[in-house]
Design a protein around this ligand. Structure first.
Ligand SMILES: NC(=O)c1ccc[n+]([C@@H]2O[C@H](COP(=O)([O-])OP(=O)(O)OC[C@H]3O[C@@H](n4cnc5c(N)ncnc54)[C@H](OP(=O)(O)O)[C@@H]3O)[C@@H](O)[C@H]2O)c1
Length: 325
């Protein structure tokens, strides 16, 4: 099978397409014929040795796939060859085949395309667990979403609306803000030219935001801390901007603020019932048409490096997906 292989931890440019042996489905696993694989910002981190669960080289990147079951391993029940599934993989998705634990596989609704299924789990799963389980966002609250046209950001906008919040989206430039608007954002802030802190305070009549969803970090985190409401919650999702914020504890004390970390993949191992309940909700919302997967670009497997470059160079909106056709 063909796969995109990382042999040195120097970043995405060193990834190469290679012929590899087909994977074996071990006990409790299925072997999947990959049709599509979601591209994530963290795919770039893993090629630099900066991911929190770093595999040894050589490895194949790729955290989420959609495809058909080719074969089931020993002890597998509930899945059979031919089943359409999406799966979370610790790595290995940028390939024509991958073996996945059945505890990380979910049947795909018949109406869901391969591209939508592959672009669904990480971004919707992260934003739903963050907003529903971690921040306990309530209807009527004000939610600020940074990087609101990006992979996780756009899903946070849609889920925030579905949970009944007023959503303020920040993104760089009018084209990206228009995408956030299409997915339900009530108010838009251009983070490339407006004072984010001032605009949040204006839009909330000086009260501040109840919840902030932050996948960017750096100056946007600082602006969030200065424009958060009494008993507000700031969700630390990621650091796409590069700077990991340092938090002055006195600011948290003065306004009774919670800063809440979110490591979504950890739920698969440490608290799977949260992920399972979240997934069931999200699949139902998808079937009801309450949430949409926004795939802005697809690339063939051989052009995986370009696909990843779209994401890390800030050119993409929503999801970029790699297909194996
Ligand atoms: N905690 C978790 O469990 C979890 C799960 C998934 C992802 N994440 C993290 O969330 C972050 C976003 O992931 P994603 O897949 O949504 O990425 P993405 O699609 O590339 O979105 C990131 C957004 O960040 C903004 N940004 C600001 N400065 C940037 C820079 N220097 N480079 C790139 N983007 C920049 C961009 O929006 P503007 O141009 O509008 O500023 C971009 O749309 C990453 O740090 C990722 O590791 C965390």
């Amino acid at each position: 099978m063909r796969a995109i292989v990382c042999r040195e931890l120097t970043g995405p440019a060193a990834l190469r397409i290679e012929e590899l042996a087909e994977p074996l489905s071990g006990p409790g696993q299925v072997r999947i014929r990959v049709r599509a694989c979601g591209v994530n910002f963290a795919d770039s981190l893993i090629t630099r040795g900066q991911y929190q669960k770093q595999p040894a080289t050589p490895f194949v990147p790729g955290f989420e796939v959609a495809g058909e079951v080719l074969e089931v391993g020993a002890g597998v029940t509930g899945f059979a060859p031919g089943d359409r599934v999406l799966a979370l993989t610790p790595h290995g998705g940028y390939a024509e085949q991958v073996a996945a634990d059945i505890t990380r596989c979910v049947p795909i609704p018949p109406t869901m395309s391969w591209e939508h299924a592959a672009g669904f789990p990480v971004v919707f799963g992260t934003s739903h667990v963050a907003l529903w389980h971690r921040a306990r966002l309530q209807a009527g609250e004000t939610l600020v979403v940074h990087g609101a046209s990006g992979g996780v950001g756009l899903t946070a906008v849609a889920i925030g609306k579905r949970l009944g919040a007023t959503v303020i989206a920040t993104a760089s430039g009018p084209a990206k803000l228009a995408v956030a608007r299409e997915h339900g954002a009530d108010h838009l802030i251009d983070s490339s030219r407006e004072d984010v802190r001032e605009r949040i305070r204006d839009l909330t009549a000086g009260r501040g935001a109840d919840v902030v969803y932050d996948p960017v970090g750096g100056a946007l985190f600082t602006a969030s801390l200065r424009s958060i409401a009494f008993e507000g919650r700031i969700l630390v999702i990621g650091f796409a901007g590069g700077d990991v914020p340092q938090i002055p504890a006195n600011h948290l004390l003065v306004k009774n603020v919670d800063v809440i970390g979110v490591n979504w993949p950890a739920y698969a191992e440490l608290l799977p019932r949260v992920m399972i309940e979240s997934f069931a909700t999200l699949v139902q919302w998808y079937l009801d048409g309450a949430i949409q997967v926004h795939v802005s670009a697809t690339y063939p497997l051989a052009r995986a490096v370009e696909a990843l470059d779209q994401v890390v160079s800030r050119k993409s909106t929503g999801k970029v997906v790699i297909t194996t056709e």
